[in-house]
Design a protein around this ligand. Structure first.
Ligand SMILES: OC[C@H]1O[C@H](O[C@H]2O[C@H](CO)[C@@H](O)[C@H](O)[C@H]2O)[C@H](O)[C@@H](O)[C@@H]1O
Length: 588
């Protein structure tokens, strides 16, 4: 059975990523790309669905974990009655290969080690054909199924028994053993061994250089650095696409149906990630993402999707995997995401903010990029009044969501700034007229005079945590009474155990059964809104609490179940980490 979500840590090579449990088991890995079928899927089932365990065979009395300073090299230290074993987990980056390298070092006494290599392709469904073979002068274990070939190397290889490759051996103080799993297409030759010291040192150096660029004076600098590094691991190195999370179907509601696949690039999440990176001074990364964006959305603006695959592909049909029992019996397990077909009118506003910030940071606006923005804004000018599914991707009837409409205002506003402040060309008069019209409409239909708050959509008295972003995007000043009233109403209606829900599910707006837990990004938005409104002490207190919810290696999931003190939803989630960075910057 899978561990609590917070007991996992992330390793990755910027093509894909794995979740390593505190127990030394890799329970989630999709190779070679984030959205490839998993070969280790125990996270959503049992060890029969694939995992790779290296850990003491004897009872463990204590486990400590950390990332090696400023890197994503994961070090897990197990203490047993007879000794201490350190496990270093790494996925080397920058070499175009797909390897997971695991080094065991016994640092004290003697430790008996358990090794269990269970490869199951197609998300735990298919048992590959496994054999021992000699390659490049050494014995290896090879697992082949369809298009995939996995090669296990190490000083002592496990033997097959009932579909598991298992072994036990002893390590004494000063001894070490390094194992690797390499993925290649099944028709390719077995590659050379990955090596250890060179690739690992190069990976560590690249990651450390990235972390060190984060300014020291940012509040909660360690958490911000870890967040930025986590966002880097979720950015596909070759294409610049940023996935929302490396997992699918970690539940928002334990035992419920709110299980979604996040291994794709949302324009919203990616744009917000970029905003955080630019805010923290990581300017050049904007170029890679802009390149991804221009390729993904190229074509008729009417065909714009709200999400794409990491290479900009448009097909991500949602389907269920009935062979998987789900994390904590949360069914269905889904792959693909039906929200791809939704209308979400906020998205262009988020994209326009990110591109405007890139301009402000001095990144040259290419003719192609601005022409694309103009075309997208012109298309929005035709359809901005349509109801939509909103940023929460509700599956109930479409509505006139206030946040979406404000983000339409933002799209026109940032297009106008392109002309006014950066000398770009466009129909600025028309955009100004539209911007004013949208604003008037929002103030008239999206504001509840009686309660003194903005509302979730035009036909409700409910509020929504997304309304906290209104001052952050410049729609109204942060100390405007309507903003202050909205902060109070959101806190009054949506605060649960000190954290914010996105909205009240009992209103039925999302068309789903069950409930969900507080959404961490919303709680970080509250920090930013409070800080902007001058309520600094409250903002700092909440920020401290939120940072304290991160797991022992500084990672956050999408939601937090305060009553049971556990993480919920996909993990780690870009939305939570990028909002953490933005909140920290707002406290600067
Ligand atoms: O809660 C229902 C929706 O949940 C997912 O969407 C959420 O995650 C997205 C990626 O981080 C984010 O962009 C969005 O704002 C969130 O609501 C899921 O992807 C949807 O299919 C689902 O309807």
């Amino acid at each position: 059975m899978a561990l609590p979500i917070e007991d996992y840590a992330l390793i990755g090579d910027r093509g894909t990523a794995a979740l390593v449990g505190k127990d030394g088991s890799i329970d989630w890995l999709c190779l070679p790309r984030f959205d490839s079928p998993a070969c280790f899927a125990a996270l959503l089932g049992t060890e029969e669905h694939g995992r790779w365990l290296l850990a003491p065979a004897e009872p463990v009395v204590a486990t400590r974990r950390r990332y090696v300073d400023g890197t994503a090299l994961l070090e897990t230290t197990f203490t047993t009655a007879d000794g201490e074993l350190v496990l270093l987990d790494v996925m080397p980056t920058g070499d175009g290969r797909a390897d997971v390298v695991r080094r065991l070092t016994c640092t004290r006494g003697t430790v008996r080690v358990r090794h269990d290599w269970v490869v199951r392709t197609d998300y735990g469904k298919v048992r590959p054909w496994v054999r021992h073979e000699e390659a490049h002068g050494e014995d290896v274990v090879i697992a082949v199924a369809g298009p995939d070939k996995f090669i296990l190397r190490g000083p002592r290889l496990p033997h097959g028994h009932h579909g598991h490759h298992s072994d036990e051996f002893e390590l004494s103080a000063g001894e070490e053993a390094t194992f690797s799993t390499t993925w290649v297409r099944s028709w390719r030759d077995i590659p050379e061994p990955v090596g250890f010291d060179g690739p690992i040192a190069a990976t560590a150096a690249r990651q450390r250089a990235w972390s060190q660029r984060c300014p020291d004076e940012v509040p909660h600098a360690d958490m911000v650095r870890r967040s930025l590094l986590t966002l880097l691991l979720m950015t596909h190195a070759e294409t610049g696409g940023i996935v929302a999370a490396p997992t699918t179907s970690l539940p928002e509601d334990f035992g419920g149906e709110r299980n979604w696949d996040y291994r794709f690039c949302w324009l919203r999440d990616a744009a917000l990630t970029l905003e955080s990176l630019l805010g923290a001074g990581y300017d050049t990364e904007a170029l890679a993402w802009r390149g991804w964006l221009l390729r993904a959305v190229a074509g008729d603006p009417a065909d714009l999707q709200i999400m794409y695959t990491v290479d900009g592909g448009r097909q991500l049909p949602e389907m269920e995997l009935p062979h998987l029992p789900g994390y904590a019996d949360s069914l269905p397990v889904r792959i693909g995401n039906g929200a791809v077909c939704q209308r979400q009118n906020d998205v262009l506003g988020e994209v326009m903010i990110a591109l405007e910030l890139a301009r402000q940071a001095g990144l040259h606006e290419s003719t192609n990029s601005w022409a694309l923005q103009r075309a997208l804004v012109d298309d929005l000018a035709e359809h901005w009044g349509a109801p939509d599914n909103g940023l929460w991707e509700i599956r109930g009837p479409q509505r006139h969501f206030t946040h979406s409409r404000v983000m339409v205002w933002v799209a026109f506003d940032r297009a106008i700034r392109g002309v006014e402040e950066h000398g770009l060309e466009g129909p600025v008069e028309r955009w100004r007229e539209l911007r004013d019209r949208v604003r008037e409409e929002v103030l008239e239909k999206g504001y509840d005079e009686e309660r003194g708050t903005f509302t979730q959509h035009y036909d409700t008295a409910e509020v929504d945590a997304s309304l906290l972003t209104l001052p952050l995007v410049g729609f109204l000043p942060p100390d405007d009474p309507r903003v202050l009233g909205t902060i109070d109403a959101v806190v009054e209606d949506l605060m649960r155990d000190g954290l914010l829900l996105r909205y009240r599910t009992v209103s039925g707006v999302d068309g789903l059964s069950g409930d969900e837990h507080p959404f961490l990004a919303c709680s970080f938005w509250l920090v930013s809104a409070l800080a902007a409104a001058g309520r600094r002490a409250e903002a700092e207190e909440l920020m401290g609490r939120l940072c304290g919810l991160a797991n022992d290696v500084g990672l956050l999931s999408e939601e937090y179940d305060v009553a049971h003190d556990r993480m919920a939803g996909n993990f780690p989630q870009a939305f939570s980490h990028l909002a953490l960075v933005q909140a920290a910057l707002s406290l600067r």
